[in-house]
Design a protein around this ligand. Sequence first.
Ligand SMILES: *[C@@H]1O[C@H](CO)[C@@H](O)[C@H](O)[C@H]1NC(C)=O
Ligand SMILES: *[C@@H]1O[C@H](CO)[C@@H](O)[C@H](O)[C@H]1NC(C)=O
Ligand SMILES: *[C@@H]1O[C@H](CO)[C@@H](O)[C@H](O)[C@H]1NC(C)=O
Length: 357
Amino acid sequence: MSCMLAALLHSALPCPSPCHCSSDGQVVNCGGLGLSSLPPLHLLPAESRSLLLPNNKLSVLGTSAFANLSSLEELDLSNNYLDNLPGGLFQDMSNLTRLTLHNNSLTAMDRELFQGLGGLQSLDLSLNGLSSVPLGLLDELQSLRWLSLAGNRLHALERAAFEPLVNLQHLELGQNPWECDCNLRDFKHWIEWLLYRGGRVDAVECTLPKDLRGRDIRTVPVEMFNYCLQLEDENGGADGSRAGSPCSRNNVNPDATQNDNTNEESSSSSAGGEGTSECVRSRYRPVSVRRAIGTVVIAGVVCGIVCIMMVAAAAYGCIYASLMAKYQRELKKRQPLMGDGEGDGEDREDKQISSVA
Ligand SMILES: *[C@@H]1O[C@H](CO)[C@@H](O)[C@H](O)[C@H]1NC(C)=O
Ligand SMILES: *[C@@H]1O[C@H](CO)[C@@H](O)[C@H](O)[C@H]1NC(C)=O
Ligand SMILES: *[C@@H]1O[C@H](CO)[C@@H](O)[C@H](O)[C@H]1NC(C)=O
């Protein structure tokens, strides 16, 4: 009897056509159906946990596309053509723990996109066209443990954007055109902190600069980025990482400032022709020039001081020696018997002096 009732209830469960719903209503599978718009999601069973929409042709979603779907824990939108998702799209999905946007056409993300996803544990953004991760985007994702940004067009990331991810354990960053210059320095520090906490990061292979091509940024020593601090000083501090400005790319070579010879070489070669890089001129060469001037000035001052001290010491020694010689000579002349009295001879010499005076 109860079996029949249960069967009756199940068959009565709503399921948005043309999707397939599991018998307990927890999994709603709309994958691979060629959908270019969402099925009627208000028909979703109240107990549904997973909504699977992969391998469709979805390209646009409205702001309220997933409104009232707070029971969902998993949403799979992989292998679609989504290119521009509205901010607040997932804000009602407070129970969502797993979101997959793998293999879409995302090139930019609204910084409010992941609002309301405080319980999200896994976020897959791999294989899109993302070139940046905006500040604030990840701020609410404090439960996130797994994040993939692999296979995008990222060349740098800002540390501050990732700092809210206090529970992150696993980060995938592979297959991006990373530029291992000053813009990546702070993020490298953050990666090291993540590794220290026991987290995992896959290989971050540098694409630029040329001499670091193919190197894993995890193995590039932090010291290679020390020159960045000087660059920041030169640029008036905080604005050291002007992502997006042409000067932030390509032109700064971590190796070059390691010694002044290479430095001068690259300066002179850029001066020698091809008006290639104004940036090298405006941002890079002044550093080396000022550095050289500073070195010369400091060296000059130090040498000067040392020289003066040596001259003074020599002069003092000479004067002292000649005075002493003269004094001894006179002493011997006047008091031949006092001879070479040592030690307590001094007292007598003093007396002699006073008696002479
Ligand atoms: C969400 O639910 C509320 C009330 O339960 C309803 O008024 C509203 O129309 C629903 N929104 C959507 C987009 O289904
Ligand atoms: C969200 O999850 C909690 C804990 O699993 C559950 O008690 C609650 O009913 C869920 N909310 C909805 C709307 O299903
Ligand atoms: C990405 O999605 C497109 C379109 O859905 C599909 O043809 C392609 O095979 C997918 N690529 C991968 C690597 O999944």
